[in-house]
Write a protein that binds this ligand. Structure first.
Ligand code: C5P
Length: 237
């Protein structure tokens, strides 16, 4: 199946984000991260929804279960489509997050509950740091799979991971456990600060379910054309 593209709206202000988004005449999927959400608050979500776009609100919650549950209730009321937590918060916290989303969706009168995704280990964490600072023993791969298994046990829908990890997650956790994969670059684009990048076609071949694409689209001279190139590259795969 062709993966869904999520455009990372990494802009410092709502005005810049909306100016960018208004170039698209059709509904797209966007990822709103901490910078934009903390600068604009819930109004940016309302504005994006008003324009008919879908939203992955990437706030990576990590707190005690009760606090995460209440926060998730609020996010579900905003009508976002996908949101996330750190799997490091544990199974109870992830279950509480899901309950919060279910309650919030119910209050909003919407049948569909937002999809809930876990962050396993941040891509800025390497194995050496994981051992020496976080005191987590084991191979990165096994830790990622273990955290993903916890997320699945808690009833979550998937994980954020590299496209190169999608096959491992689908094989070792579950074939239908969703992978949301950043680090995507159109062939020829600068890697920037990402190390293990994949093209949209490669990510599709690796079985990614969603591709988070930022700079390859947002920094392109013609963002709409770059978005279409990403789609075409996948459709021709
Ligand atoms: O510009 P680029 O395509 O690299 O943007 C990727 C987006 O995905 C950014 O918003 C970045 O914060 C996010 N992300 C990531 N790696 C992760 C999790 C999120 O690059 N492991």
């Amino acid at each position: 199946m062709t993966p869904t593209i999520m455009i990372a709206l990494d802009f410092p202000t709502g005005q810049k984000a909306l100016e960018f988004l208004d170039q698209f005449k059709e509904p797209v999927y966007v990822k709103v991260g901490m910078e934009l959400y903390y600068s604009e608050g819930p109004s940016i979500i309302e504005e994006i929804k008003k324009r008919g776009h879908k939203i992955f609100l990437d706030l990576k919650l990590h707190d005690i279960p009760n606090t995460v549950k209440s926060a998730m209730k609020v996010l579900a009321r905003l009508g976002v489509d996908v949101t996330n937590v750190h799997a490091a918060g544990g199974i109870k916290m992830m279950q509480a997050a899901k309950e919060g989303l279910e309650e919030g969706a119910r209050e909003r009168g919407q049948e569909e509950v937002p999809m809930l995704i876990a962050v396993t280990q941040l891509t800025s964490t390497d194995e050496e740091m994981m051992r020496s600072e976080l005191r987590i023993d084991g191979k990165m791969e096994d830790v990622v799979v273990h955290y993903a298994e916890n997320a699945r046990k808690a009833g979550l829908d998937g994980v954020v991971c590299s496209a190169w990890e999608s096959p491992m997650i689908h094989e070792r956790v579950a074939a239908d456990f969703k992978t949301i994969t950043p680090g995507i670059r159109l062939a020829g684009d600068a890697k920037g600060d990402q190390s293990r990048v994949a093209t949209p076609a490669k990510a599709k071949a690796l079985g990614s379910d969603y591709l988070v694409i930022g700079r390859s689209i947002t920094k392109a001279a013609d963002p709409v054309a770059a978005y279409r190139r990403c789609m075409e590259e996948m459709e021709n795969e």
